[in-house]
Design a protein around this ligand. Sequence first.
Ligand code: ZN
Length: 424
Amino acid sequence: MCGPTVYGRIHVGNARPFVVFSIVKRFLVHEGYRVVFVSNITDVNDKIYAAAREASRPSDELAKQMIAFYVADTDRLGLGRPDFEPLASEAIDGMVGLIGRLIEGGHAYTVDGDVYFRVRSYPEYGELSHRDVDQMDQGEGVEGADRKHDPLDFALWKAQKPGEDTAWDAPWGRGRPGWHIECSAMAEAILGVELDIHGGGSDLIFPHHENEAAQTRAARGAPLARLWVHNGMVRLQEAKMAKSVGNIFLLHEALDVFGRDALIMYFCQGHYRQPIEFDDERLEQARASVRRVRDAARGLVAGGASPPWSAGLKETFFSALAEDFNTPAALASVFEWVREANRARPGTVGSADLAEMLGVLALENLLSEGAPEAPPRVRELARGREAARQARDWGEADRLREELRSLGWEVRDSPGGPELLPLP
Ligand SMILES: [Zn+2]
């Protein structure tokens, strides 16, 4: 999977492929496959140079800090880490080797220390994104336009420019890799070519993945990947967020406000290939779904064998995932299961099958925890309300109570102090 380009904190859109492919891995492991999940980190890139320049900081220092944020933020999703998270800056040798091979084979050429891929030397170009080569724009703008033999060609290596503070030596001159070659080399170093599944956001199909595929095939004579799997975009539409919530787009803020359970549920409610809106309605639906499972869990026998009616629902759950990873259809089986269990006498239904299903979605914790802990932002608002009450600022206390309600939490004043309860 193509992971982030580390020039800022990641937003919920960047989190989607991390969630989708982490859960795909869980499903494949459940089905008995041995899975090696590699998620690339792009830490050498024009966007990083630009952000570092703006902040007057060394670009490698900025990238290191953003990698640490990325790891900390995604850790909070509770999905574990990918098996490998290679950094572009540590895979330069492989990139130089791959570029050298392309030059030897006549698929690439050097101009003033730059190296470009000769797109028309590779007749299959366009087969991944199904575009006509004459309609393509590499998105490199005027950069290198006067040096490219053909506007269609794209950069494999860029000679060091003034203001760029990282560079590596290569036979054709000092500089740094282009974005596309980074991923081809990082994937190959760990998995070899012809890996089973290459994932990433649908915004990467062209030019990024088209170029990765062309480079590897042209250099190695074998496809980079057997299967390309792309997740749809998250649509961040400001107008649809409640005023009290504000525009929560960064992953760490979304985790503070909604908590990881609701966020994982939110992502599972959408089919991975479709775009999804990030808005109140869908997050509220996710929160309600989390509550339904938690409420049902109280009446279940933890870990006990599930009744005969459960087998069919478990089967439809796993068939839905086997059919192009249809998580919304799989969730429908989960809620059918919950409805059945709620009809039974409390304490008579074992949770084993439900736990197995939720485990694949990384939501098995909903069965084992007591009262859910409120997300950090909710606790902070509750502390603010308590302080307002102590200061006899009733207007502010009421305002904060309403804000808490809009986030799905009720604050109740008990003799032991204020208590937070999820709204029914
Ligand atoms: Zn990539």
